[in-house]
Design a protein around this ligand. Structure first.
Ligand SMILES: *[C@@H]1O[C@H](CO)[C@@H](O)[C@H](O)[C@H]1NC(C)=O
Ligand SMILES: *[C@@H]1O[C@H](CO)[C@@H](O)[C@H](O)[C@H]1NC(C)=O
Ligand SMILES: *[C@@H]1O[C@H](CO)[C@@H](O)[C@H](O)[C@H]1NC(C)=O
Ligand SMILES: *[C@@H]1O[C@H](CO)[C@@H](O)[C@H](O)[C@H]1NC(C)=O
Ligand SMILES: *[C@@H]1O[C@H](CO)[C@@H](O)[C@H](O)[C@H]1NC(C)=O
Ligand SMILES: *[C@@H]1O[C@H](CO)[C@@H](O)[C@H](O)[C@H]1NC(C)=O
Length: 846
């Protein structure tokens, strides 16, 4: 046995503030989007305290349910150093002492996350946590993250916990409330399934590990370790279900299931003395075309197949699984991914002998929907139309499904985009018609890529992965619709024309079938016209629009820098490196700026050609270039080596004293009318934080606090409000958008603006060859985790869900034929269109 100790027992919420700058009190709130916006892998009710429930997310931390159906975030304190706390791979709420809560956190098990995982221990239902650092990584945003729970508290002896690790690390046990952990020997299989063994990034090739741990509470008595424990592991080549009858010392395989299908959930029905198991041939959350539901009779030791559908109706695996603890024999299970025509949920009240569904075919294409749909809390959510006019409402990636143990009418399930549920579930069994409502109020899980607070019009525009973007006119109200028309699966860049500020450009990250990704609005984002000068199948990156709005400059690392005037076809800008940070002048229409490596560039011919200006010290990567809203040539550049300011078009730069590194930058409103605008920066100024300067970089105040860490600094974006002094918007990678307003007086300045000695001049002739320093590698690794985390979060789901309406090639597992089908009939590479039944053909792996 290997034991190790808790490395840090600090209450995580008492993190020290950065000391390099003084701080000013701010109030922070979420900009309300209201519907979640990302994958919710599971929702877990406590079986002993009425109303106590938690939801976990893959990139945005965990939440606690409130009595009014809203949710409270629990991990907002996670800062740049603890960004991986927002990947929650498992949670356990203590059935004996409901004040105790445990979260298994960590984002990736490959190199994208350099840190080991930790069990976050709370004894106050998530108000504060103490981390117990594990000797291995935890993958909250890895494949198979909807399986489980992998973490469980012994219901008879709550000092005992088991945790099923990934990466072949096996099963671990704690006997002291999660403080220290030791490996359990003897589990015959530790879960060696690899979604794609050839993936050299390590993301899809990681061994998926133990999928769930479930105690049989009925096998023991209070105060003693529960003898019977069930464990599922991710393997599809041999037994993947195991049982121990001696509290975890020895294990034997449970017979009778199809071992090609992985066990996602094992849920105990104590009154029936049965374990229900949902399985899928895919690990989830996006895949699976076959699976089964089993019922293990603990007394008899027999396994029964109770799968709700068969034959051509079965073209998905099973994920979310729950029992009604008040009504033995009432069980519900969700199709993990029934991409077409809509997700489905199945319910039995007789222990699996007979099942009813959330929808059925009437006569194609008419569906009997046994629910009333209510998206009033997030009207933008749906329904999403498909080519054959069938709408998608129920969802996909349905791995989390729970009936409230104290209220048979109350149920919740997680999807790739939100939480649905309701308070009249028993009507399923009488009228067979329930209310299906988006109930993710308070969950803000979007991955924010771009923010723009324009000088006129709406308060804010946002660009998000998976949900396109929104015009926010009332920050406290969920928007009614995403940007229209919608051709992208996310928006990565936004900019406004300085002299024509209602003119706004956006760039999306749709795939090859989604068409044009550049669009322009003349009315502050209310309506958009696709830019027919932009090439099909090219997406992502950042955009800048010229001062009067006739020229668009577009930079991405995959497709280089391109420029177009009057919506003519884009042409390559050969004088700039791919992925250069770009900006438009806000006054002179022909002037653009760029930075890359340690080099600054200027264009005075509308972005056609760029000339090298001064260099940026020893920088090796440029993050952001911004330009004074009213002064041509007054530019600020953030790099891996600091913050640089030029007032002469980049002919020379000053390095801002005390700033070691900086990422997103934005101007806000000036402190006094006519003054130099406030400048906001995500930066390392004696520590990584969120800062404001009112005097062009001489004095800085930190604006975030110990309760608002905002996760990964390099992944986030910041926008000052040009109309409200002090107001700043922070877009996070997984916790949506925050806005902050000053709540206390600014501290007095410590340096006078005239003390130019504090800024050191940097000259263009730097002969030092830039070597890769430690801070440089930090930047690039965090840059890769940020982009990858977002792309893995749930973009695949949205593209799969929307592809049929827009493309010529259907995505994997999408529909590609059938009576009445007018969408694509061919599949993307690697998939073949296969007839399931006369009404439905599907793209299945070739
Ligand atoms: C498991 O399911 C697959 C796919 O339907 C089938 O080919 C295989 O024979 C099944 N295996 C067992 C042991 O039933
Ligand atoms: C098991 O999973 C691997 C990897 O996804 C797949 O290639 C293989 O066909 C699966 N085997 C079975 C028996 O389903
Ligand atoms: C389990 O099997 C036993 C013995 O055959 C039987 O009496 C019992 O009803 C079964 N339980 C369930 C829930 O089917
Ligand atoms: C369910 O109830 C709603 C609202 O009364 C109704 O519109 C819908 O047709 C009903 N669905 C079915 C299948 O009866
Ligand atoms: C915006 O206005 C310009 C000039 O009037 C016009 O050419 C262009 O089509 C308009 N674009 C949109 C998206 O309405
Ligand atoms: C910056 O460039 C613009 C455009 O060429 C020019 O009008 C302006 O005078 C320049 N400013 C300085 C300080 O060089």
């Amino acid at each position: 046995m290997r034991w190790f100790t808790v490395l840090s027992a600090l209450a995580a919420s008492s993190a020290p503030l950065v000391h390099g700058a003084s701080s000013q009190a701010y109030t922070w709130k979420n900009v309300k989007i209201g519907g979640g916006g990302g994958f919710v892998p599971n929702i877990v009710f406590n079986p002993s305290q009425k109303g106590l429930a938690y939801a976990r997310t893959d990139i945005g931390g965990a939440y606690k349910l409130n009595a009014d159906d809203t949710w409270t975030p629990l991990l907002d304190f996670a800062d740049n150093a603890r960004w991986n706390y927002w990947g929650v791979d498992a949670l356990a709420t203590d059935p004996v002492d409901p004040t105790r809560l445990y979260l298994a956190t960590g984002m990736y098990t490959n190199s994208w996350d350099p840190n080991n995982g930790q069990i976050l221990i709370s004894t106050d239902q998530g108000k504060t946590f103490t981390p117990s650092v594990l000797p291995f990584k935890v993958g909250g945003n890895m494949p198979g993250r909807g399986m489980g729970e992998r973490l469980a508290v012994d219901p008879n002896s709550n000092n005992i916990l088991f945790f099923g690790a990934r990466s072949g690390n096996g099963l671990w046990k704690s006997t002291n409330f999660g403080q220290t952990w030791a490996k359990v020997s003897g589990l015959p299989n530790v879960g060696t399934y690899q979604a794609d063994p050839t993936d050299t990034s390590g993301y899809n090739s990681d061994k998926m590990g133990v999928s769930f741990v479930t105690f049989d509470s009925t096998s023991g008595s209070s105060g003693k370790a529960t003898p019977r424990i069930f464990v599922g592991v991710a393997t599809n080549t041999s037994s993947n279900l195991f049982m121990s009858n001696d509290a975890g010392s020895t294990w034997s395989a449970l017979p009778g299931t199809n071992s090609s299908w992985m066990a996602h959930k094992g849920v105990l029905s104590p009154a029936e003395k049965a374990l229900y198991i949902s399985t899928s041939d895919g690990s989830g959350p996006y895949d699976g075309v076959l699976g089964a539901v089993y019922k293990y009779n603990i007394t008899a030791g027999t396994m029964q197949d109770v799968t709700p559908v068969s034959g051509s109706d079965l073209y998905f695996g099973f994920g979310g699984l729950t029992v009604d603890l008040q009504k033995p024999g009432t069980v519900m299970v969700a199709a993990l991914n029934c991409w077409w025509p809509d997700g489905n949920v199945f319910r039995t009240t007789d222990g699996g002998s007979t099942w009813t569904r959330l929808w059925d075919w009437a006569s194609y294409p008419t569906m009997n929907r046994y629910y009333t749909y209510d998206d009033s809390l997030a009207p933008w959510l749906g329904p999403e139309g498909t080519a054959d006019s069938i709408v998608t409402q129920i969802g996909w990636m349905m791995e989390g499904l729970s009936i409230d143990p104290f209220d048979s009418n109350h149920w919740l399930y997680g999807t790739g985009a939100t939480i649905y549920g309701g308070h009249d579930l028993l009507k399923w069994d009488t009228a067979h018609n329930v209310t299906l409502k988006s109930l993710a109020d308070g969950i803000e899980e979007t991955s924010v890529q771009a923010l723009l607070s324009p000088p006129v019009g709406p308060t804010l525009l946002s660009g998000l992965l998976d949900e396109e973007g929104f015009v926010h006119t009332d920050l406290t109200k969920a928007p009614s619709a995403e940007f229209q028309p919608s051709t992208a699966t996310g928006i990565t860049g936004l900019d406004y024309a300085g002299q024509n500020p209602k003119t706004i450009v956006r760039v999306g990250n749709g795939d090859a079938t989604d068409g044009k990704q550049i669009a322009i609005s003349n009315d502050s984002g209310n309506t958009w016209a696709l830019d027919y000068g932009s090439p099909d199948g090219v997406s992502g990156g950042k955009v800048a629009i010229s001062a009067t709005g006739d020229t668009v400059l577009w930079s991405s690392s995959a497709n280089g820098v391109q420029v177009s005037q009057y919506t003519n076809p884009f042409s390559v800008v050969s004088s700039l490196p791919a992925g250069a940070a770009i900006a438009s002048d806000k006054v002179v229409n022909t002037v653009f700026y760029a930075g890359s490596g340690n080099q600054f560039y200027l264009s005075t011919d509308g972005g056609k050609t760029f000339a090298k200006q001064a260099t940026l010290g020893t920088s090796s990567s440029v993050s952001t270039v911004i330009v004074h809203p009213a002064i041509t040539g007054d530019v600020w550049v953030s790099t891996d080596k600091g913050l640089f300011h030029s007032t002469n078009n980049g002919t020379s730069f000053s390095a801002v004293s005390g700033v070691a590194q900086a990422w997103s930058l934005s101007f806000g409103a000036p402190k006094s009318t006519g003054g130099y605008p406030a400048l906001f920066a995500i930066a390392d100024i004696g520590g990584v934080g969120y800062f404001r300067t009112d005097d062009a970089g001489t004095n800085w105040v930190q604006v975030n606090d110990a309760a608002h860490g905002f996760g990964s600094a390099s992944a986030n974006v910041i926008a000052g409000d040009p109309r409200i002094y002090g107001r700043v918007y922070v877009g996070t990678n997984g916790r949506g958008i925050f806005y902050g307003d000053t709540a206390g007086a600014a501290p007095p300045p410590t340096s006078s603006a005239s003390s130019v000695s504090s800024t050191s001049s940097v000259h263009s002739s730097t002969s030092t060859t830039s070597s890769v320093h430690s801070s440089t590698s930090t930047t690039s690794s965090s840059a890769s985790h940020s982009s990858s985390s977002s792309s893995h979060s749930s973009s695949a789901s949205s593209s799969s869900a929307s592809a049929s309406s827009t493309g010529t090639l259907q995505t994997g597992y999408g529909q590609c034929g059938g009576i009445g089908w007018t969408g694509p009939t061919a599949c993307v590479a690697g998939f073949t269109c296969t007839v399931s039944n006369p009404y439905y053909s599907q793209c299945v792996p070739s």
